[in-house]
Design a protein around this ligand. Structure first.
Ligand code: HEM
Length: 437
């Protein structure tokens, strides 16, 4: 075990620093301390594959995560285990496949175009802007309503998810203690469910072409022909919401910052959008003709994967990469560290979307790029996340030009997700003005 000093970053206050310190040891199974507990950090594809794909039952999600998430998410996909998780995954996954999501690409593009019109010009922090945009998109795709039209629901969502973030960081009393904060969280969850119940009760069998994810979830039947019970359905909706919103917003904020700092990439993307004939509102065929937009977004996810570390715990005493782990040892699986390894990605800190160009797709070693995890708990929304990232990046760059307002890139912090610590200040100008000038 390395000797950790008072200056070793602590999980609660500097989780990213802790990961980086672990990465800097050069150990493939780097040992760190989390309070009184021993934990390990891994970032090599072979070890990550072992934990997530080959031995997932030896390394389940820990109790701590479940305890923090369940008061808000109940027993949705993120927080269920065993048979319930298997059954629910089979029910939920088909509602997020291309055939369901492609139909809603217009929602993504329309919302992004409206946002580009409405966002202020000049210096602004894009984090709250992309947050509101991602919220409206999830709301419309899930149940056909933009959150800006649902003030009470939006406020409850914010209260509930803020509580969840604090609970995951270990800074709130257990959910059963009736503190004012816990009571507010419970009231928020109850009010979210009351509104979702109304929405779920509204239309019974909408035509397939206007079906929302909530409609699709309601129609799914398990092997016995049973649909989901209403409380389970609401748990899945809150879970999809929680999993889809913040991750996508953080990814988009990082992507815009990288584009602002790499004008040559931004201009090439703008040119490719122009050349593809996508001068108006982009559709699915236009997006397919702009693979560079996808490459840009994927490269942003490489440098700033929102799920910078996934957490598991050893079910019993075992070994991993030759290191003995006691039962309960926390295992941090870090795509962030892996994506920055120079043995996997040459010149790893360079923003180079061509790494994900069509002709170089084979070059990334297997399991070296995991922004969406892998194995039986991998992200079910990865297709939607990538399409949304591509649609937003292309639509925003088609209309706006982004430049950095500060010379230094934003600091990152890991608070569940990898987010900009103090916002992302950019200078926004109209692309049309610029061309005319
Ligand atoms: C850029 C955006 C996103 C990123 C980076 C991301 C990343 C991830 C990762 C890494 C996991 C696995 C966590 C683990 O193994 O511990 C995960 C799980 C999950 N994601 Fe995503 N996600 C994104 C967007 C979405 C979207 C759009 C949805 C839904 C529409 C979604 C729904 C879920 C769900 C339900 C799970 C739990 C799956 C399970 O445990 O079976 N995510 N996500």
């Amino acid at each position: 075990m390395k000797s950790w000093t008072d200056r070793t970053p602590r999980l609660a206050t500097d989780a990213l620093g802790l990961l980086e310190a672990a990465g800097a040891t050069g150990d493939e199974v780097a040992e760190v301390r989390v309070g009184p507990l021993k934990a390990v950090v891994i970032s090599h594809p072979t070890l990550i594959r072992e934990v997530l794909v080959e031995r997932p039952d030896d390394f389940p999600k820990g109790r701590r995560q479940h305890a923090a998430l369940r008061p808000v998410l109940g027993y949705g996909l993120l927080t269920s285990d065993g048979d319930l998780h298997r059954r629910q995954r089979r029910l939920v996954q088909p509602t997020l496949v291309p055939a369901e999501i492609d139909r809603q690409v217009g929602v993504m593009v329309d919302e992004a175009a409206a946002a580009a019109d409405a966002w202020p010009r000049g210096v602004c922090d894009v984090v709250p802007l992309v947050n509101a945009l991602a919220m409206d998109i999830v709301g419309r795709m899930l149940f056909g309503r933009a959150l800006r039209d649902e003030g009470a629901l939006a406020a409850s969502i914010v209260t509930a998810f803020e509580w969840e973030m604090r609970a995951l960081s270990g800074v709130v009393a257990p959910a059963w203690v009736p503190t004012p904060g816990n009571r507010r969280m419970r009231a928020a969850v109850a009010s979210i469910d009351a509104r979702l119940n109304e929405l779920a009760g509204q239309s019974h069998a909408p035509p397939a072409d206007s079906r929302t994810i909530l409609d699709a979830l309601r129609q799914r039947r398990d092997a016995d022909g049973m649909t989901m019970a209403r409380p389970q359905l609401l748990d899945e909706v809150r879970t999809i919401w929680g999993a889809a919103h913040e991750t996508s917003a953080d990814a988009q904020a990082w992507c815009l910052d990288l584009l602002a700092r790499h004008p040559e990439v931004q201009e090439r993307l703008a040119r490719e959008i122009d050349e593809s004939g996508g001068s108006g509102t982009l559709d699915l065929a236009d997006l397919e003709a702009i693979p560079y937009a996808m490459a840009v977004f994927k490269e942003a996810l490489r440098l700033y994967p929102p799920a910078a570390a996934m957490l598991r715990a050893a079910r019993r005493s075992t070994t991993l990469g030759g290191v003995r782990l006691r039962a309960g040892t926390l295992v941090f699986i870090s795509p962030y560290l892996m994506h920055r390894r120079d043995d996997l990605f040459p010149d790893p800190l360079r923003f180079d979307p061509d790494r994900f160009g069509p002709d170089r797709a084979q070059e990334t070693p297997r399991h070296a790029y995991l922004p969406f995890g892998v194995g039986k708990r991998a992200c079910v929304g990865s297709y939607m996340a990538l399409l949304e990232g591509q649609a937003l990046t292309a639509t925003l760059v088609q209309r706006l030009r982004f430049a950095p307002a500060d010379p230094r890139p934003p600091d990152a912090e890991l608070v569940i997700n990898l987010r900009p610590a103090r916002g992302v200040r950019l200078v926004l100008t109209d692309r049309s003005d610029r061309q005319e000038g």
